[in-house]
Design a protein around this ligand. Sequence first.
Ligand SMILES: Cc1ncc(COP(=O)(O)O)c(C=O)c1O
Length: 396
Amino acid sequence: MPRISRKGESMPQSPIRKLVPYAEMAYKQGKTVYHLNIGQPDIKTPEVALDAVKINSLDILAYTRSEGSDEYRQKIADYYSKHQIQVNKEDIIVTTGGSEALLFAFGSVMDTDDEIIIPEPFYANYNGFSTASGVNIVPVISKIEDNFALPPIEEFEKLITPKTKAILICNPGNPTGYLYSKEEIKKLAQIVKKHDLFLIADEVYREFAYDGVIHYSIMQEEGLDEHAIMIDSVSKRYSMCGARIGCLVSKNKTVISTALKFAQARLSPPTLAQIASEAALQTPQSYFDNVISEYVERRNILISELEKIEGVKVAKPKGAFYCIVELPVKNSDNFAQWLLESFDVDGETVMVAPAAGFYSSPNVGLNQIRIAYVLQKDSLIKAVNILKEALKVYKD
Ligand SMILES: Cc1ncc(COP(=O)(O)O)c(C=O)c1O
């Protein structure tokens, strides 16, 4: 048989999905599985977005422009301007999800063997995007004890080499739920300017900022135009994960013209989904107010229930809908598998994401899991109770 590529061999499995076969076994055994493992919100997609697809009168489902339709990009720019982000439609490339925007950003600013510094734990697919782009992640560790705040700038400086091309942050963070403050963004701005690096910010959870704190985007930071690349998506904002629409935003014209070449190679983002995403921009503020208060309630319940369990440590998330939880176990991979294979409370069990896959440093996060609070409150309470009962009997 011809040999597959080394790149293919080293592509990491998603830590979020790798336990799926065990969940399927649990279903076959007749168990109910509470999914705390995946960030698929259970919130309804705004009706305006769904209706726009149902009532459109297209005769031909044609390609759009590679950078996305003019109308849609103009409306995205208007939307950002309401969030104190001043960009033009020319600064925006519409992509097939935030995922493709990340791939375009990596492809546009880094060559094989270049380095990107990322605070870890980080969104697990950054590992996959780096492997696919031939880029090396250099992790800087953020700690549960500090709620996963930005590590001291000196820690970043220690890691900068001639191969370093960019720093990537996720704000608010998946999997940490950490929301970077304006001061932290300013510190990052200083360091990327000093060392002439790109600052890529994955802001797909921008709306999910809690406790009255307002999200501060890298695009609001003055003097960062040549350095800042923002990644965005409709997936979580409008609970439209299946639309597969995102965008890459930068005031750096060379970044945009380079990313556009990647966009041209794949021709066009999906046409129908752009129609839905354009319509979604009319979603009333009341939709977000309801969604945010629902997530805040879920977060509060989740954290207070988890804190009642002996030996469990949890960082309180300030945004997004995830948290990292430290458990009194040696290996959360084994624990997560055991939960699905061998444990239940009255026929019910939980699926969690082992956190090691959110780190690129070996042997870190082995006793941690990521929880996505995308379930109704009563289900969350039941799921945490199952974890509590499981920890009473589990043996490493
Ligand atoms: C932090 C982060 N970035 C990017 C993505 C990619 O989202 P999509 O490709 O659905 O826009 C996700 C999805 O979960 C995410 O959590």
